[in-house]
Design a protein around this ligand. Structure first.
Ligand SMILES: C[S@@+](CC[C@H](N)C(=O)[O-])C[C@H]1O[C@@H](n2cnc3c(N)ncnc32)[C@H](O)[C@@H]1O
Length: 169
């Protein structure tokens, strides 16, 4: 997940879905001291665990639906590292649309990094939205996990056939 984190220079880093904060903690430890880091978590209980674990990190207790506002509130108009730990395949499509639109508008390195607990399985899903998707297999994760590095979003990424997630009822 931290392939593109560069501890030698300040970066703007965004983590979506802090959970209990294991990655949040690692990012805050490894990043350049002048980096800006925002993590977002919707679940109150998980947010509180992550906030206690990383007291000096800006963790927003909010849904990523409000990502544009969360970034604007912090005067952020670009993001260097866009790290999604979200359950993207099972989120409602309108939420994924906000996330992808925000990534498209603000990403400086052009990479959407997405964690997965089922390597390969979701590759076709991300390939429908992005022209280029590579995967790093993480064997040390029990069971083996993976990270997709997605780039070159299709222009019609928000069409029903391309956008991951659950269609509105
Ligand atoms: C796989 S878990 C977190 C993984 C964690 N970053 C880690 O490294 O262990 C996914 C997280 O996304 C959060 N999440 C799901 N939907 C969300 C939303 N709409 N906005 C923000 N967080 C959300 C869940 O509550 C959950 O904590």
């Amino acid at each position: 997940m931290l392939r593109d984190l560069d501890p030698t220079r300040p970066q703007v880093i965004l983590e979506l879905g802090s959970g209990t904060g294991p990655l949040t903690e690692m990012i805050s430890r490894r990043m350049h001291p002048e980096s800006t880091f925002l993590s977002v978590e919707v679940d109150k209980e998980l947010y509180e665990i992550a906030a206690a674990r990383c007291p000096n990190t800006d963790i927003a207790h909010a849904s990523v639906e409000f990502l544009p506002d969360l970034l604007a509130d912090r005067n952020l108009d670009q993001v260097d590292l866009f790290l999604s730990c979200l359950p993207t395949p099972s989120l409602p499509q309108p939420i994924n649309k906000v996330v992808f639109e925000t990534w498209k508008r603000m990403s400086t390195n052009g990479v959407f990094t997405q964690i997965t607990q089922i390597p390969w399985w979701f590759m076709p899903l991300y390939k429908r939205a992005f022209r280029t998707v590579t995967m790093d297999l993480v064997m040390l994760n029990p069971p083996p996990g993976g990270v997709y590095h997605c780039s070159d979003l299709y222009e019609d990424f928000d069409s029903a056939v391309r956008l991951p997630g659950k269609a509105a009822a």
